[in-house]
Design a protein around this ligand. Structure first.
Ligand code: CP
Length: 337
């Protein structure tokens, strides 16, 4: 494994192998496995979990980490090619990334979607440019259209909960005051399909996932024996669900148009996950969300504070699985994989 950019690059067997390694490192810690190794973290956007879990993962394996947040104690960075840099950015990624890469043994980068041009965001323009500038391993800590660390942690959570491999996984659109990126819904639908689940994307009209995202998930499902469908029929989608994975995302019908998106979501306040959503779900149906979450906007207190919520377990599993990713990329026990 050279990089960790997309679960689709790994395939099912390699994901299962990583999850087994995560379990092994939890049962038999290796506190010096990455001694002398340094992870660089570059966050163009805010984070609680991704930043801290990566730093703690590195520390628990005996390595060190440094974090850079452009525009907050570090130069703002330009990511576009060919621009005349008269704006706020003092440095271009064409210099900044090779410099950081030369100091560190691996880089973890977060660079959200710009949210203006759907095709450009789905094409991962910024992350592809960053990857082309790295000599050492690169870890995607949320790009325009992917969040593989979150997806890997969520797969582990499903396994920990003994959710059936062929179980019904409902990715449910949830309310939010503004348009959020497609990275998590894209990564999570791909993950559940690759695991072999019956994936149902439940969303209101105007919020369909892009066809490229659906097609990628369908390919994963075909290889793993699962399925992927999409609907706006909430009752039908939730009937028999083993997992409801709530997530907020922007309107794909009005991508890049904040005012049109706001008008579209004005009547969607009832797309807040409540306990009543689970009336026809399978017994013990789990509620998942990647966090952060707006209480009583996306998910009601009664669900987040109730027995079906797995959000804290998901967040903890970020640390557990990222230790496995770092171990593989940086050669735990002196072995480079
Ligand atoms: N789920 C997740 O990536 O959380 P942060 O945005 O806090 O890193």
């Amino acid at each position: 494994m050279k990089n960790f950019l997309d679960l689709a690059d790994l395939g099912r067997d390699q994901v299962v192998d990583l999850l087994a390694l995560a379990d092994r490192l939890r049962e038999r810690p290796e506190p010096t496995a990455l001694a002398g190794r340094v992870l660089g973290l570059l966050f163009f956007n805010p984070s609680l979990r991704s930043m801290t879990s990566m730093r703690v993962a590195m520390a628990r394996l005996g390595g060190e980490s440094v974090a850079v947040t452009p525009g907050a104690g570090s130069w703002q960075l330009e990511t576009r090619s060919g621009v005349t840099m008269t704006g706020a950015a003092a440095e271009h990624i064409r210099e900044a990334i090779p410099v950081l890469d030369s100091y560190c043994d691996a880089l973890g980068v977060r660079a959200f979607a710009e949210g203006r041009d759907l095709a450009a965001d789905l094409g991962e323009r910024t992350f592809t440019a960053i990857a082309s500038l790295c000599r050492n391993p690169l870890i995607n800590l949320e790009s325009s259209a992917n969040h593989p660390c979150q997806a890997l942690a969520d797969w582990k959570t499903l396994d920990d909960l003994s959710v059936p491999r062929r179980g019904r996984f409902v990715l449910a659109w949830a309310n939010h005051p503004r348009a959020l990126p497609l990275a998590v819904p894209a990564a999570v639908s791909q993950m559940a399909a690759l695991r072999g689940m019956e994936v149902v994307v439940l969303r209101p009209e105007g919020y369909a996932l892009p066809e490229t995202v659906m097609e990628k998930a369908r390919r994963a499902a075909a290889a793993s024996g699962g399925s992927v469908t999409e609907t706006d029929d909430r009752d039908a989608a939730l009937t028999g669900a083993h997992v409801v994975y709530a997530k907020e995302w922007g309107s794909t019908a009005h991508y890049g148009d904040a005012e049109a998106d706001a008008r579209a979501r004005a009547g969607l306040a009832d797309w807040m996950v409540r306990e009543s959503w689970f009336a026809a779900a399978a017994a013990g149906c789990h509620l998942m969300h990647c966090l952060p979450v707006r209480r009583n906007v996306a998910i009601a207190d009664e669900v987040l504070d109730g027995p079906r919520s797995r959000v804290l377990q998901q967040a903890h599993n970020r640390l557990v699985v990222q230790m496995a990713v770092l171990y593989r990329l940086l050669g735990g026990n002196g072995r480079r994989h």
